[in-house]
Design a protein around this ligand. Structure first.
Ligand code: SF4
Ligand code: SF4
Ligand code: SF4
Length: 218
């Protein structure tokens, strides 16, 4: 079992729906987005255009952020998720330096967006129920919505199939640009898409073997 995701660049419209869905689900502090949008200028005038791609932690199979962590707060699960144990993280930032994608974020002291204090949504830590107060001075990143995947345990729900057990960014996409599934199963929908569409990960030269695959625009 190795969870992964495809993002179809031919379907993604750059609407930011997934960016906002992630923000809503996790209520990350001001300035922290687990999912972001990257832009690139391609071509030359008068046919130059701008293309975009949503990005997040790649839950790499060979994650350089794991071995550099002096407290083992960053770890890799059997199902491929790379997570951070906030109780053990000392905020040294080694993992932030090691991540070639810059997908790790330091939680500053200021948690409230408004000077008047935390909103009810901020207090709740989003749908995921994060205790952001306890995460001050630690490093955080995309969790692959592990709290949603956990709903599959003992319920028969299937991540990637049933909305309740699928990452928030995936189920929110109005263009149906993303597929979530098991990369280790050659018969899964995600494996079929990667093979048929020649899916690729970012920065292959880094040797990280990302679990996020982009499907080229056709
Ligand atoms: Fe692209 Fe879908 Fe995200 Fe919109 S919600 S930016 S279409 S991946
Ligand atoms: Fe670690 Fe960065 Fe890979 Fe995520 S994208 S697993 S933070 S190296
Ligand atoms: Fe955010 Fe979850 Fe999507 Fe990661 S998998 S970008 S935490 S919504």
């Amino acid at each position: 079992m190795r969870w992964g995701m495809t993002i179809d660049l031919g379907r993604c419209t750059g609407c930011y729906g997934c960016v906002l869905a992630c923000k809503q689900e996790h209520s990350t502090p001001t300035g922290i987005h687990f999912r972001r949008m990257m832009f690139e200028e391609v071509g030359q005038y008068p046919t130059a255009r701008r293309r975009h791609a949503p990005v997040q932690c790649n839950h790499c199979a060979e994650p350089p952020c794991v071995p550099v962590c002096p407290t083992k707060a960053t770890y890799q699960r059997q199902d491929g998720l790379v997570l951070v144990d906030a109780d053990v993280c000392i905020g040294c930032g080694y993992c932030m330096t090691a991540c070639p994608y810059e997908h790790r974020h330091f939680v500053e002291d200021k948690l409230a967006h408004f000077d008047s204090g935390l909103t009810p949504h901020e207090q709740a830590g989003g749908e995921a129920g994060h205790d952001w107060d306890a995460r001050r001075d630690t490093v955080v990143k995309c969790t692959f919505c592990e709290h949603r995947l956990a709903r599959a345990e003992g319920t028969g729900l299937k991540p990637g199939v049933d909305r309740e057990a699928t990452p928030a960014c995936v189920i929110t996409c109005p263009a149906d640009a993303m597929t979530f599934g098991d990369l280790s199963d050659p018969d899964s929908e995600i494996s079929r898409l990667i093979a048929e569409r020649q899916g690729f990960g970012l920065l292959p030269e880094a040797g990280t073997r990302p679990s996020i695959y982009y499907l080229p625009d056709r």
